[in-house]
Design a protein around this ligand. Structure first.
Ligand code: ADP
Length: 277
């Protein structure tokens, strides 16, 4: 065991484990605990590596466009209009990088410093009602938002994060919804399970993509491709919503009804002691 531990601490391979024959004495339990710790470290290390590589990949595209545009423009003398056009491209791509960096910072903060987001007793009904009322005013693409919020649902949580989660889901429903469509926000409680759902009647999500939408940086080909009228975004929104649900001891699921559209539902646990607040 000592040799294995020394090898692991001195090397870079977190995949190594302490191998012992079967047994249930103190040494075996120690080895198992040690292996479980390595397993966790390896997983979070891999996730960090993936995040850094995905993030660099995402930033590389706008950066390459900016560099290509600058090179092309400096190639020869241009008219003022051509210079203006080049600057517009650079501004657009710079804006993309900016929003990507901001989202990445938000995401890392969420991952690494949960203590920044203290929990307090909250009236979730009031929060959902006011976000829905405010976002109803957006009416992008003439989409109509309706809501049905059960009163008096309380939870112990972080207001900022819960607001952000709901805003993100509604924002997506507008972004990916269809012209003259509908969004339906519902908050209800059954026994002690609270569910907060956002339903739209847009194009829905292809079956193959449904499992991937909560992954960081995932965007469906359709959302990315310019020909189909690319929608702005960076693929971090839903992974953030999922993280927020999990930080509150809950989960998120996606359903795509047969008649089209999507329903995202956050499930949270309410305890009777919380209802007193
Ligand atoms: P973003 O919107 O920035 O691309 P998200 O993480 O919020 O990132 O969403 C990931 C992807 O999931 C989107 O790019 C889109 O392809 C798909 N998606 C999310 N919400 C919806 C929705 N309501 N309807 C259809 N597709 C959606």
């Amino acid at each position: 065991m000592e040799q294995a531990a020394t090898r692991i601490s001195g090397g870079t391979d977190l995949g190594e484990r302490i191998l012992l024959d079967k047994g249930d004495d103190e040494l075996h339990r120690l080895a198992n605990a040690y292996n479980a710790m390595l397993e966790r470290l390896e997983k979070s290390f891999e996730a960090e590596k993936r995040f850094t590589s995905d993030a660099s990949h995402e930033l590389r595209t706008p950066m390459s466009v900016i560099m290509a545009q600058v090179e092309l423009t400096l190639d020869k003398d241009r008219t003022p209009e051509e210079y203006r056009n080049a600057l517009r491209v650079i501004r657009r791509q710079g804006g993309r990088m900016n929003s990507l960096i901001n989202s990445m910072l938000d995401y890392t903060r969420l991952e690494q410093s949960a203590e920044r987001y203290p929990f307090t007793p909250l009236n979730l009904s009031e929060i959902c009602e006011s976000i829905s009322a405010d976002m109803k005013l957006i009416r992008r693409n003439n989409i109509e938002l309706q809501y049905d919020i059960a009163a008096g649902i309380f939870i112990n949580g972080n207001k900022l994060l819960l607001e952000r989660a709901l805003q993100n889901l509604i924002d997506n429903a507008y972004k990916y919804g269809k012209e003259n469509g509908h969004i339906f926000v519902r908050l209800k409680k059954n026994e002690n399970i609270i569910s907060l759902s956002v339903k739209d009647d847009g194009n829905g999500i292809a079956e193959d993509d449904r499992e991937l939408v909560f992954d960081r940086f995932f965007r469906s080909d359709k959302s990315r491709s310019r020909e189909n009228g690319a929608v702005s975004g960076n693929g971090l929104g839903l992974s953030m919503v999922k993280k927020i649900a999990e930080m509150h001891g809950g989960s998120i699921k996606l359903e795509c009804p047969k008649d089209g559209g999507c329903v995202f539902t956050i499930s949270l646990l309410s305890t009777s002691s919380m209802q007193k607040h």
